[in-house]
Write a protein that binds this ligand. Structure first.
Ligand SMILES: [Zn+2]
Length: 77
């Protein structure tokens, strides 16, 4: 089983949108995919909402199991 549980999409510093990444992964035989972007603390809730909506669309259209997660970028003060 091919999978990657740590990816970045165009929501942070990745090049592909979640849909493009799903197509890329499915074409290469992946069966599970983690969408795990990094954003500022204040944007984490919005990110998770977007990724969950994308997960629902992806799982309807590709034979992929999608796990969503988010990393909050912080910097020391
Ligand atoms: Zn990461």
């Amino acid at each position: 089983m091919v999978y990657d549980f740590h990816t970045h999409t165009s929501y942070s510093d990745g090049k592909l949108s979640p849909m493009e990444l799903a197509r890329w992964a499915s074409d290469r035989g992946y069966r599970a995919l983690g969408l795990t972007d990094h954003v500022g603390v204040g944007a984490l809730h919005e990110l998770m909402s977007r990724l969950k909506a994308d997960r629902d669309v992806i799982e309807r259209h590709w034979p992929l199991h999608v796990v969503v997660g988010g990393g909050a970028d912080t910097s020391p003060t």
